[in-house]
Design a protein around this ligand. Structure first.
Ligand SMILES: Cc1cc2nc3c(=O)[nH]c(=O)nc-3n(C[C@H](O)[C@H](O)[C@H](O)COP(=O)(O)OP(=O)(O)OC[C@H]3O[C@@H](n4cnc5c(N)ncnc54)[C@H](O)[C@@H]3O)c2cc1C
Length: 509
């Protein structure tokens, strides 16, 4: 029997609500034509926007209003309350937005508002030709923002991948676990690129860069001229220098084709060894457990994820995976791999018909090196994401930029950061001159546990724990010299959003 659709909660906002029910700063969840809509009062204005985040459907009613923006509790997307526009990734689409009338002591929602048209930033002459190298998060976000900002010149996007840009974080989560169809993965349909005049060239490697001639040389020997260039080549998985690391059942995970290969193997495999106990490795372990494989995790660390989340969270994550049947072989390394399994340095061996290596990534810098760009454990950019070569910008996993809070040059490997940097770089290629001042954010998911992390802490002298990690209700503040550099939370989404807003105020000040 088909399920009855659940009734939308709250009042029908077309009929209206008493104005007194919505004091300044308050939010009220109701519905319009059966869809959830959120009313927000901010000073003299009342806004009505769709109540679901356009990224993964997060409940905006549980989010945070900051000025005329609303932020999603799940992955910190940010929307303009006045227009519904997605101001900040990971949302890449707007949310619907309605006219609101307030009269006779009642607030009523009226017609849906159209999205405002954007013009390119005033002042600078727009470049004729923009080339983006990279078909991942940063490259996609830049292309999309260039067009939504009104850029009408030539736009070429080169990608070494054989698929259009995909939701890469899903490759170690639902898609790998077999609980999401492949149709969910593309960031946009293939028609989007042609419709928006984006010349997306898949399976096309840029081989060299000549910043004097302003040309990208392709692997086939042809040259592509540019006026502005974005390098968004991301990072590539580190491979293990041990015997057997190139056997067909040994995989790394970065692209959709990597993921498809793991899924194909997992369909017949019974036992997998995951090498590496950080985010990718453990998310892969969780996803493969959902496919009922026996999983052993091998890593040199004392605790999983300790380097990023500290010892207590590391112990908790270990116990969480153990409860699900994952066996850890920590403080050990693989010495060799053969068809039947993995031999450990400690002398033991683990049978495996699938091996996934998740031991970190290296920024893809080869192209930048051909042009002699300034490099320091990443491609160095200024606060506007411009490299040492004028007109050449970089964003995402390859870029090392000055952190707006600390001034330290940092490089991070997070989805939302790469998308947001793609947006900033797009505007700056059009001459907007905007600083990249966003606070880094990432999330990681293991089974039904989601960890959110805002800020950036490579080293700390104190972790202040509030709450109870085992009860899955906690906030960990990573501090150095008394200053909170980052905060990791479990089931405290509002606190995470508030911490992010506080860090933004610090930057603004
Ligand atoms: C499996 C997986 C799960 C993840 N999960 C999370 C998560 O839960 N949360 C989170 O915050 N982050 C997550 N990340 C990290 C996040 O996906 C990356 O930080 C993000 O994709 C970086 O974006 P990017 O554009 O810099 O690089 P990428 O998305 O890797 O894109 C790089 C692009 O450049 C292309 N390229 C490289 N060299 C060349 C060349 N010479 N010529 C042409 N094209 C080239 C590649 O083919 C690719 O298209 C995950 C990553 C992976 C792999």
């Amino acid at each position: 029997m088909a399920e009855e659709p659940s009734a939308p909660s709250g009042p029908d906002l077309v009929e209206g609500v008493a104005a007194a029910d919505l004091p300044d700063g308050a939010q009220l969840l109701g519905h319009v034509e059966g869809k959830p809509v959120l009313l927000v009062r901010h000073g003299a204005d009342v806004f009505a926007v769709g109540a679901e985040c356009s990224h993964y459907g997060g409940p905006l009613a549980q989010g945070l209003v900051v000025g005329e923006t609303i932020r999603c509790p799940w992955h910190h997307a940010c929307f303009d309350l006045r227009t519904g526009e997605a101001l900040r990734a990971p949302a890449l689409s707007s949310i619907p937005c309605w006219q609101v009338e307030e009269s006779d002591g009642r607030i009523r929602v009226g017609a849906k508002k159209p999205l405002p048209r954007r013009e390119p930033p005033k002042g600078a002459e727009p470049p004729e030709r923009i080339v983006i190298v990279g078909g991942g998060a940063a490259g996609f976000a830049a292309a999309q923002r260039l067009r939504s900002a009104g850029y009408q010149g030539s736009l070429t996007m080169l990608s070494g991948d054989d698929a259009p840009p995909v939701d890469r974080p899903n490759l170690s989560k639902d898609f790998l676990a077999g609980t999401a169809p492949e149709a969910w993965l593309p960031l946009r349909s293939t028609g989007f690129y042609a419709k928006n005049g984006i010349d997306l060239r898949l399976g096309t490697e840029a081989a060299a860069l000549d910043t004097g001639a302003r040309e990208v040389r392709l692997a086939d020997g042809s040259a592509l001229p540019y006026d502005r260039l974005l390098l968004a080549t991301g990072a590539e998985p580190v491979r293990l220098p041990i015997p057997g690391a190139d056997l067909p059942h040994v995989h790394t995970l970065r692209s959709l084709s990597d993921c498809r290969a793991i899924v194909a193997r997992a369909e017949t495999a019974r036992r997998a060894v995951v090498i590496g106990a950080s985010f990718i490795g453990l998310e892969v372990a969780a996803a493969l457990r959902a496919r009922k494989l026996e999983i052993g995790v091998v890593a040199p660390d004392r605790r999983p994820m300790e380097r990023i989340l500290g010892p207590e969270m590391g112990d908790f994550i270990r116990s969480l995976h153990e409860e699900k049947g994952v066996a850890f072989h920590l403080e050990d390394r693989p010495a060799a791999i053969d068809e039947s399994g993995v031999t450990l340095e400690s002398g033991g061996s683990l049978p495996a018909d699938l091996v996934v290596v998740g031991v970190g990534v290296r920024p893809r810098l080869a192209l930048a090196e051909t042009a002699g760009l300034a490099i320091d454990r990443g491609l160095l950019v200024d606060a506007f994401l411009e490299t040492s070569a004028p007109g050449v910008f970089a964003a995402g996993d390859i870029a090392r930029w000055p952190d707006a809070r600390t001034g330290d040059p940092i490089r991070v490997e997070h989805w939302a950061v790469a998308l947001r940097q793609g947006h900033t770089a797009a505007l700056n290629m059009l001459g907007a001159g905007v600083r990249h001042a966003d606070v880094p954010f990432f999330w990681s998911r293991h089974y039904d546990l989601r960890i959110s992390y805002v800020g950036h802490a490579e080293a700390w002298d104190e972790i202040a724990l509030d709450g109870d990690i085992a009860a899955r209700d906690c906030a960990l503040r990573f501090r150095r010299d008394g200053r909170t550099l980052a905060i990791a939370t479990v089931r405290r989404d509002r606190e995470s959003l508030e911490a992010e807003a506080a860090m933004e105020r610090e930057i603004g000040a």
